[in-house]
Design a protein. Structure first.
Lengths: 143, 166
């Protein structure tokens, strides 16, 4: 139990609008996926479409590369200021599907989510958010 | 104020920008250039202060950022008391940290998987000077690695093809 005089501020919830805004202005996130009961985390670049769906590529070595059915995954983004001791994070949970539609793959590629190596056949996953939550830690004032 | 509550108008798929990239500028194409052995992974973790922990929950995985310290090859971090803390103590846990060296166009990611146990508070281990340290009450957890894996990435320079991490 921390001391009652702890000056650090409390976490605040981010609104849905604030979460969406941060999702649209961030490009790097961490995907969480559970494989045989064991969670895995890996960093990804992602893009967002106008409907709010998230797209990211999979590493050929990653378990998700072999995804054949929808799978519930998480994508987390955050940012922090180590000098002000402030930070925020947004967690998106939803089902991920492999994108097979060539037109959609083209649109995603044009958005900047390119294959990572020449000749590679990228697997692009589409995450349909079902739950989006965010929190914010205001900066600690200087003493 | 948590945030500006302005309305974001619908947009088409957006090209990545470098704004708010936690690990730095990672909008270049990346190529995996090698695995890291556990010793290298632990070395990199000693220079990092923020990571993310993940645990399986009833509604899917949960991923949260944490400040951490590396103590005798274990990862010590704090979370607020509650459902997440209880999950972390009773389920397999993953911890990930990553970093980018923009000067040398290199990036790395390390994944630690194992079990976490609550430990007594130790002022020497509290990552209190960093963000993501819970404030009003906290649970201190020690994640003992079952496996430590990591990869290094090289970012390829390209002005017209901004690209991703993996």
């Amino acid at each position: 139990v921390s001391e009652p005089t702890d000056p650090r501020p409390e976490l605040e919830e981010l609104s849905a609008v604030a979460c969406e805004r941060r999702l649209r202005h961030t490009t790097v996130g961490r995907v969480g996926v559970v494989v045989d009961g064991h969670p895995e985390i890996f960093p990804v670049n992602y893009v967002v479409d106008e409907a709010g769906y998230l797209y990211f590529r999979t590493d050929p070595g990653a378990k998700l590369h072999a995804l054949r059915h929808a799978e519930t995954i998480a994508l987390e983004i955050d940012g922090f200021d180590t000098e002000r001791h402030s930070g925020w994070s947004v967690l998106v949970v939803g089902d991920a599907y492999r994108v097979a539609d060539p037109d959609l793959l083209d649109a995603v590629a044009r958005s900047g989510l390119q294959p990572w190596a020449a000749g590679d056949k990228p697997h692009v996953l589409r995450l349909l958010p079902t739950k989006v939550t965010g929190r914010y830690l205001p900066g600690t004032p200087w003493h | 104020m948590p945030d500006t509550e302005d309305q974001t108008s619908p947009k088409p798929i957006e090209p990545p920008s470098t704004q708010d990239s936690p690990g730095g500028d990672v909008t270049h194409p990346t190529v995996r250039i090698g695995d890291l052995d556990p010793t290298e992974c632990l070395f990199l973790l000693r220079w990092a202060t923020v990571g993310r922990v993940a645990v399986a929950g009833g509604e899917g995985p949960t991923v949260v950022p944490v400040s951490f310290v590396l103590d005798r090859d274990t990862v010590v971090f704090q979370v607020q008391p509650g459902a997440l803390a209880r999950l972390l103590e009773h389920q397999p846990v993953s911890f990930e940290a990553d970093g980018v060296d923009p000067n040398h166009h290199l990036g790395w990611t390390v994944l630690v998987q194992g079990l976490a146990l609550e430990i007594d508070d130790d002022p020497d281990l509290e990552p209190a000077a960093e963000p993501w340290s819970p404030m009003d009450g906290h649970v201190t957890l020690r994640l003992t690695p079952g496996t430590i894996t990591g990869h290094r990435y090289e970012m390829i320079h390209s002005d017209d093809e901004p690209c991703g991490y993996l």
